[in-house]
Design a binder for this molecule. Structure first.
Ligand SMILES: Nc1nc2c(ncn2[C@@H]2O[C@H](COP(=O)(O)OP(=O)(O)OP(=O)(O)O)[C@@H](O)[C@H]2O)c(=O)[nH]1
Ligand SMILES: [Mg+2]
Length: 295
């Protein structure tokens, strides 16, 4: 029997949703960092197995909303409540039942879908704390299953795939077998740049940055891709920080992004970065739309 369906991955920021998506797919399509609110858009990852197609939807972390950008992010995550066949609620084993996990559980009360609780990051703790935590979670919601995993080491991930297959309905192969994501190469390139910015800069800078790939030209005869990208920031002072002393910060961002892109695209990359100030873009509906943060 061939089974298929859409599986939403939800949870508060930083619990490892994108790491789990990558682990399920077996390739890095979603960026991951140690800082919360890394993911801003829904990212589809397609997993083909012998007798099924599992379509995962990585989502932004659900959190208290403070700006129009955050509003878009949380609305994107909540959207999967309606558009999925199964929900995976991800929590991290090191936080117990976090207040924000409880808030998400509260918003699941009217949901008809199967909800699987994934307790992530089990590589960080001794095994004997996992079972009691599973019991505590079982008392706050009738989860269809509770599965402990380590998205980072892949432990528990094959079991999760098996369980998902059992729960999915019979269905077609929705997407061609060689398709890994719904996101374009341009989007992935811009996200890789944003990952490096988030890792290399501090305070508000990652949250004030939007990257747009303006040129993506493949020269197949040379196995070379030429990429030009604009890094948009909200204030003049942020531009200075991103460029750095004699351009050193921008150079480092470019170098690290290029190395990742060369791996992902299996080609040589020629990468050019520009920094632009777009005043207060996180509060401007038109610019949010331009940067891909609107419906
Ligand atoms: N030790 C350990 N760390 C993990 C595991 N899974 C994720 N992490 C780390 O947790 C941090 C957050 O991971 P992400 O995948 O970016 O988290 P997220 O839930 O997608 O975060 P947002 O997109 O901000 O909502 C990163 O530093 C990951 O390396 C795990 O199983 N074990
Ligand atoms: Mg993420």
């Amino acid at each position: 029997m061939f089974k298929s369906g859409f599986i939403g991955i939800i949870g508060r920021p930083n619990v490892g949703k994108s790491t789990l998506l990558n682990s399920l797919i077996g390739d890095k399509i979603a960026i991951t960092t140690h800082k919360p609110q890394t993911t801003r858009n829904k990212i589809m990852g397609i997993k083909n197995i012998e007798n099924g197609q599992l379509i995962f939807l990585d989502t932004p972390g659900i959190h208290k909303v403070s700006s129009p950008l955050n509003q878009f992010m949380v609305a994107t995550a909540m959207d999967t409540f309606r558009n999925a066949d199964i929900l995976l609620l991800l929590v991290e084993v090191t936080s117990g039942i976090h207040r924000d996990d409880q808030h998400i559980v509260n918003s699941l009360q009217d949901i008809r879908l199967p909800v699987i609780l994934i307790i992530n990051k089990i590589d960080l703790v001794r095994k004997n704390i996992i079972l009691p935590l599973m019991d505590r979670f079982r008392q706050i919601f009738p989860f269809t299953e509770i599965i402990p995993v380590s998205a980072l080491s892949n432990e528990g991930v094959p079991i999760l795939i098996e369980q998902l297959w059992k729960l999915l309905p019979e269905g077609p192969r929705y997407f061609p077998e060689d398709m890994m994501t719904d996101r374009t190469e341009r989007f992935i390139a811009s996200e890789i740049i944003r990952e490096k910015i988030t890792l290399l800069t501090h305070q508000e800078i990652p949250y004030a940055t939007a990257v747009v790939v303006e040129t993506f030209k493949e020269d197949e005869s040379k196995n070379l891709i030429r990429i030009q990208a604009a890094i948009n920031v909200a204030k003049d002072s942020q531009k200075g920080i991103l460029i750095g002393k004699k351009g050193s910060m921008l150079k480092e961002i470019g170098k690290r992004a290029r190395l990742d892109m060369e791996k992902f695209f299996a080609a040589r990359i020629y990468l050019e970065l520009f920094v632009r100030v777009r005043k207060d873009w996180t509060h401007d509906p038109r610019m949010l739309k331009e940067f891909g943060y609107a419906d």
